[in-house]
Design a protein around this ligand. Structure first.
Ligand SMILES: *Cc1c(COP(=O)(O)O)cnc(C)c1O
Length: 394
């Protein structure tokens, strides 16, 4: 028996739920790419994206997914044979570093642990040892979507400054932009990148890279530059150049609508909404964990992300629960990836989410735990409801 009629609900950490208004914004004919509407959309997007990154630097828009954004960032500021330091806290910074390695950069991974955030003191220690300043850039993620860790970006900046090290600080905020504060200039981030399909509520296919003055100075001598990703080429006056070719028009129409929605809500409000819905999820998980099977992947509560929660299933395969939620309830959960493959599931609470969506997902998981006889503390959904009932006032 299944009660999964109607719209399937996507609770994976990207792509996320796309608002109907964003979908509708794409339902229009292609337009001229040299005049009219399209030029205005590009202009306002290039004004609004830096605001969302918190920078007065330039932002570039690529027809690409997050991996394309990674390549764009690396190729514009680094040269073959240079060394970079990658701060591990899950899958994604390491994946970004691996891409740089294949492009010809030497990488060193500062070993981390999938169950905790980057250790700022270890960053200072490693950089102090680099007396010759061989390390040219430091790569980190704000939220690691696999482990569910949130890194303290200002603390990492502080760690770099404590060592007096000049390396560029490069941050992936694919799974955090629009979901929690990010202040590129205020935090001293030199290059930040993101994708369209997570907190920004837009279909996959756009990547954004922002660079400050230090990043643009490094760009002048970077030898990994290629025509498609190249910032200098994209600064050209011709509209077509800003996209390295034909603009991905429909994705831009969608993004325009999504940013209108996000800015109308307000970035602070969106961050607070994510914090509340994430904590409601954690309240439910904490209750389920009383059954001694499920447990938070991230040990320290302060290091748990507000866009995704990763839940370990210990020695149980998480697939039957994910399958149950999907086929019996119509909710698609994320499963563990990388090191956590077969050992975890993930609940996204990222982007276009509200209380009934989160309650629905939590309810489906709790229903699955009961139906499959997986030991768990009862009342997870109730705990989430009570938490929001205390926190959200008229
Ligand atoms: C999703 C994600 C990426 C990769 O984005 P793709 O669009 O899948 O290439 C990179 N970094 C983080 C933190 C992500 O969550």
């Amino acid at each position: 028996m299944s009660v999964a009629n109607g719209r399937e609900f996507l609770a994976i950490p990207g792509p996320t739920n796309i608002p109907d208004a964003v979908l509708a914004a794409m339902h229009r004919p292609a337009t001229d790419i040299y005049s009219g509407d399209m030029l205005g959309i590009t202009r306002t997007l290039l004004e609004d994206l830096p605001k969302i990154f918190g920078t007065t630097g330039r932002t570039y828009i690529y027809a690409a997914n997050g991996h394309g954004g990674w390549e764009a960032a690396v190729s514009n500021v680094l040269s073959r044979g240079e060394t970079i330091l990658v701060l591990e806290s899950g899958l994604f910074a390491v994946g970004w570093g691996e891409m740089a390695r294949i492009m010809g950069v030497k990488i060193e991974v500062l070993k981390g642990d999938w169950r905790r955030a980057v250790d700022a003191a270890a960053v200072t220690q490693r950089l102090r040892a680099d007396v010759g300043h061989e390390i040219k850039a430091i790569l980190a993620v704000q939220i690691d979507t696999a482990s569910g860790v949130v890194n303290d970006i200002p603390a990492i900046r502080g760690a770099i400054d404590a060592a007096g090290h000049p390396a560029l600080f490069m941050v992936d905020c694919v799974a955090s932009l629009g979901c929690m504060p990010f202040d590129m200039d205020g935090w001293g981030v030199d290059i930040a990148m993101a994708g369209s399909q997570k907190g920004l509520m837009t279909p996959p296919g756009l990547a954004f890279v922002a660079g400050n003055e230090r990043a643009h100075a490094a760009h002048q001598k970077a030898d990994l530059r290629t025509r498609y990703w190249d910032w200098t080429f994209r600064q050209g006056e011709v509209h077509y150049q800003k996209y390295g070719g034909t603009p991905p028009q429909h994705l831009l129409f969608a993004l325009r609508k999504a940013l209108d929605m996000l800015l109308a809500e307000g970035l602070d409000h969106a961050a607070r909404r994510h914090a509340l819905l994430a904590e409601a999820t954690r309240q439910a998980v904490a209750r389920w964990a009383e059954g001694r099977v499920l447990t938070f992947n991230v040990r320290n509560a302060a290091e748990r992300a507000n866009s995704v929660t990763t839940i370990l299933t210990q020695d149980r395969d998480p697939r039957p629960l994910a399958d149950y939620c999907r086929h019996q309830c119509g909710v698609v959960l994320g499963v563990g990836i990388g090191e956590l493959s077969g050992k975890a599931f993930r609940i996204a609470h990222m982007g276009h989410v509200n209380a009934p969506m989160v309650f629905g997902v939590l309810g489906a998981v709790e229903m699955g735990l009961a139906a499959l006889g997986i030991p768990h503390g009862k009342g997870g959904v109730q705990a989430a409801v009570e938490y929001l009932g205390r926190e959200v006032r008229p």
